[in-house]
Design a protein. Structure first.
Length: 521
């Protein structure tokens, strides 16, 4: 067997050192992570003591019970460790309790996705003042009643945050953090300690959280974002629900979500029964905005989202303003109410909100009810389904507005500065003003005459149901005969053949004929 050649004492020392280091590395690489139990009769009876003694890779298994602490600011500090903190019985029987004087959990040491928190109810937390970042000033660190993440991105699964409170982020506050939350519940949390408190359920600042199948119910904030407030953040929510969340102050916004700056992606999310405050006096014309969702200075993307029974003074279901460019696809607005824009309100900004697009969205039974101006003057409701202030470059395609109502004007839509492409292939019918439906009150406002003829706008929806795009000869089939009729008016402004509403019969209109080829539905 070959032996290593060692010529002198110096070589011997080098050989032994190298061998020792190699063995140390082998030992470390094969070390088995420990499972540390926390229970009444265990070596560790407190969660924090177990974390203090854990090493990266360990799992802490917590028995059912109520766990608290005498720390002035929190019950649990994850200490930046890549460990798993898991309950054995789940959130229904395992509680981290702040007792109304301290927050539940804090991560401020650069925790990553390898820091896992699973199966707890974090309750009765409070955003106690504490200098976590060590800058000698703690007055701004009064956020995150249930959980506070500072420059940290833990993984949180199957946890419930309830009855927590803070200046901002009653349930959770994320600052420069990107946590991943799955199947978590936020209920009865509040951000209400000041008149400017935001994010009853969650507050995100300069953060990029990812939430999947999370629920926000009965959370509240005085100023913005009863369920969630996002600022300079790029949040992604999939399959999340926002129910009965609210903002309470005058000029508040975003009962469900308020999003200011940054981007927000919502996929298959549901907003039900959320509200931005209705004031108790008669100065309600200039007040709360976005019962379900409020957005400003951002480009939110919403896909297959549902807004039902939300309310505000402006924009019962959703409101966008301030250079906001939303994209909505396959979204539904039903039974929402406001003084202006029962379902949706858009306004204020560069010609306002140029680049807004809506595709395959439906607006049904939304209402614009009477309100009052600043001096108490009665102001009839405008825009039952939708209200646009200076509509600008907006493209609403293949959307349907039916059964919406306004007490004043625009049963379906009220807006200004309509352009030919503002509405494309849309159906606007059976909407009412003061309980009466006419062809003229389906869409009202300024420059309504610019709306293209490719839409069906009628008092009776039966007048729209037999529309078959591309069937120029009305024989029930889109075929070669219709192509012949299209070419006969090629280059003209014939409204019957100008399917895309651009004022000229051309290649795009031919695309419509080919796209709807065959028997009419």
């Amino acid at each position: 067997r070959h032996r290593p050649h060692i010529s002198n004492e110096k070589d011997m020392h080098r050989f032994l050192t190298t061998t020792a280091l190699a063995l140390a590395g082998f030992t470390a690489s094969t070390a088995v992570a420990d499972t540390i139990d926390v229970c009444a009769g265990c070596d560790y009876t407190s969660i924090q003591a177990a974390i203090d003694n854990a090493a990266d890779g360990d799992e802490i298994l917590v028995a059912p019970g109520v766990y608290t602490s005498d720390h002035p600011a929190h019950v649990v500090d994850m200490l930046g460790k890549a460990i798993t903190l898991r309950s054995s019985g789940g959130p229904d029987v395992t509680f981290i309790d702040g007792e109304g004087v301290r927050r539940g959990i804090v991560c401020f040491n650069g925790e990553t996705a390898d820091t896992i928190i699973e199966g707890f109810t974090i309750q009765n937390g409070f955003g106690a003042e504490y200098d976590y970042d060590g800058d000698g000033e703690s007055s701004s660190e009064t956020t995150g009643g249930g959980a506070l993440n500072l420059f940290s991105s833990p993984t949180v699964t199957n946890c419930t945050f309830t009855n927590n409170a803070a200046d901002d982020g009653g349930g959770m506050h994320n600052w420069d953090s990107s946590p991943t939350l799955t199947n978590c519940t936020f209920t009865n949390n509040s951000a209400a300690t000041t008149n400017w408190s935001r994010g009853g359920g969650m507050y995100n600042r300069s953060s990029s959280p990812t939430l999947t199948d999370c629920t926000f119910t009965n959370n509240s904030a005085t100023r913005s974002g009863g369920g969630m407030f996002n600022q300079f953040s790029d949040s992604t929510l999939t399959g999340c629900t926002f129910t009965n969340n609210s903002t309470t102050a005058h000029y508040s916004n975003g009962g469900g979500i308020a999003n200011v700056h940054g981007s927000l992606t919502l996929i298959e999310c549901t907003f039900t029964g959320n509200s931005a405050a209705f004031p108790n006096d008669e100065s309600s014309h200039w007040d709360s905005r976005g019962g379900g969702f409020y957005a400003a200075y951002c480009d939110p993307i919403l896909t297959n989202c549902t807004f039902t029974d939300n309310s505000a003074v402006w924009g019962g279901g959703m409101l966008v303003e301030g250079f906001c460019h939303p994209t909505l696809t396959d979204c539904t607005f039903t039974d929402n109410s406001a003084h202006q824009g029962g379902g949706f309100w858009s306004g204020y900004g560069k010609a306002v909100n140029e680049g807004t697009t809506m595709t395959n969205c439906t607006f049904t039974n939304n209402s614009a009810i009477d309100g009052h101006d600043l001096d108490g003057t009665l102001v009839p409701g405008r825009g039952g389904g939708m209200y646009f202030w200076a509509i600008g470059d907006v493209a609403i395609t293949n959307c349907r507005f039916t059964g919406n109502s306004a007490s004043g004007v625009g049963g379906g839509i009220w807006g200004t500065a309509f352009q030919p492409k503002s509405l494309i292939d849309c159906t606007v019918c059976e909407n009412t003003v003061d309980n009466v439906a006419t062809d003229d009150n389906q869409i009202e406002g300024h420059s309504v005459e610019n709306i293209s003829s490719g839409n069906c706008i009628a008092a009776d929806c039966t007048d729209c149901d037999d529309t078959c795009i591309g069937d120029l000869n009305d024989d029930g089939v889109v075929d070669a005969a219709d192509i012949g009729l299209l070419f006969a008016v090629w280059g003209s402004d014939d409204p019957e053949a100008d399917f895309d509403g651009d004022g000229t019969v051309g290649a795009f209109d031919l695309g419509y004929v080919l796209g709807y080829w065959g028997p009419c539905p």
